[in-house]
Ligand binder design. Structure first.
Ligand code: F6P
Ligand code: MN
Length: 328
């Protein structure tokens, strides 16, 4: 018998893995993702393509869908009674739970629409989220700055040929496929394990000349193939949406990299720690893979700012360990 997400969460609740508030929150995230899916799949028909005419806190031009999906996310979770506050890639500062709603024990951080450059070309995009325990007292940006290791739950929704919600509550990684007929997320993959070895890598090669020496050396070795030091050929993929890259790595292994580069020393990489690298690293570790910034496990980094960026090397353990060792 097929298990849906609600039934799966009810079982986690009765097993004591999650509590009622987390159960409510995760169900709310799943529900709002269906609304996002509806907007995304209707595209031009829903008038959601193109630029919004505004910039986010990181100076990026917002797409209409960045703004719309942020609103859907906020409105989808603020009322649940599970949250003390939330923070988003698309909001300069955190949003404590409005006084009209009951305050809960959790915080949620999210990237409502990952892979924005794919929106207008009908390529994969996603939503990423990370849930932590809220501290006591007033909620401010600093309240969110706990290491990724302390996450209680994390996941993403990928909008592509299929809409898939991937989740961890700390006991493995589970994937649910949206049945568009019934509106249910059905459990379609469990106990996901990333192969230790791989012959597939993902990196934006157009930045090669800007990378630091260890990454240059490592990617040269990948490109050298079976006559090089690694003794095997590698294939390359680049979808330009982290959700899709991580999904591929969870499904069949691989190494995904977004290193820092020397164009802008104030930016340690492109991806954001709190709502991109941390939740994805939690999923990757839960599936037996590794995730580092070249020096340390991403989950052990002490965050300093809500929107801070970080270099990312994640996926099959053998390759992530190799590129990390080149940084030492
Ligand atoms: O969120 C940032 C992001 O869109 C990721 O989803 C993706 O992995 C990356 O940027 C793509 O970067 P680039 O524009 O260099 O291809
Ligand atoms: Mn993103």
């Amino acid at each position: 018998m097929a298990i849906n997400l609600q039934q799966f969460l009810a079982k986690q609740l009765s097993d004591g893995v999650i509590d009622q508030q987390l159960c409510d929150l995760l169900n709310a995230v799943a529900d709002l993702s269906k609304e996002i899916n509806d907007k995304v799949t209707h595209g031009a028909l829903a008038g959601v393509l193109g630029f919004a005419g505004t910039d986010n806190v990181q100076g990026e031009h917002q797409k209409k869908l960045d703004v719309i999906t942020n609103e859907i996310f906020v409105e989808g979770v603020e009322w649940t009674g599970a949250l003390a506050g939330m923070a988003s890639e698309e909001m300069d500062h955190c949003l404590p739970t409005p006084a009209a709603y009951k305050r809960g024990k959790y915080l949620i951080m999210f990237d409502p629409l990952d892979g924005s450059s794919n929106i207008d070309i009908n390529a994969p995009i996603g939503t990423i989220f990370s849930i932590t325990k809220a501290p006591e007292g007033k909620i401010a940006d600093e309240s969110f700055l706990t290491p990724g290791r302390k996450q209680i739950a994390a996941g993403y929704v990928m909008y592509s040929p299929q809409t898939i919600l991937t989740l961890t509550v700390g006991n493995g990684v589970f994937m649910f496929t949206l049945n568009l007929g019934t509106g249910e997320y059905i459990l379609t993959k469990e106990n996901i394990r990333i192969p230790v070895q791989t012959q597939e890598f993902a990196i934006n090669m157009s930045n090669m000349r800007h990378w630091e020496a260890p990454v240059q050396k490592y990617v040269q070795e990948l490109l050298a193939g079976d006559t090089g030091p690694l003794g095997k050929n590698f294939n390359m993929r680049w979808v330009a949406a982290m959700v899709a890259e991580v999904h591929r790595v969870l499904c069949r292994g691989g190494i995904f990299m977004y290193p820092r580069d020397n164009r802008d020393p104030s930016k340690p990489g492109k991806l954001r720690l709190m709502y991109e690298a941390n939740p994805m690293s939690f999923l990757i570790e839960q599936a037996g893979g590794k995730a580092t910034n070249g020096y340390q496990n991403i989950l052990d980094l002490q965050p300093e700012e809500l929107h801070q960026r970080v270099a990312v090397f994640l996926g099959s353990a053998e390759e992530v360990e190799r590129v990390t060792s080149y940084h030492e």
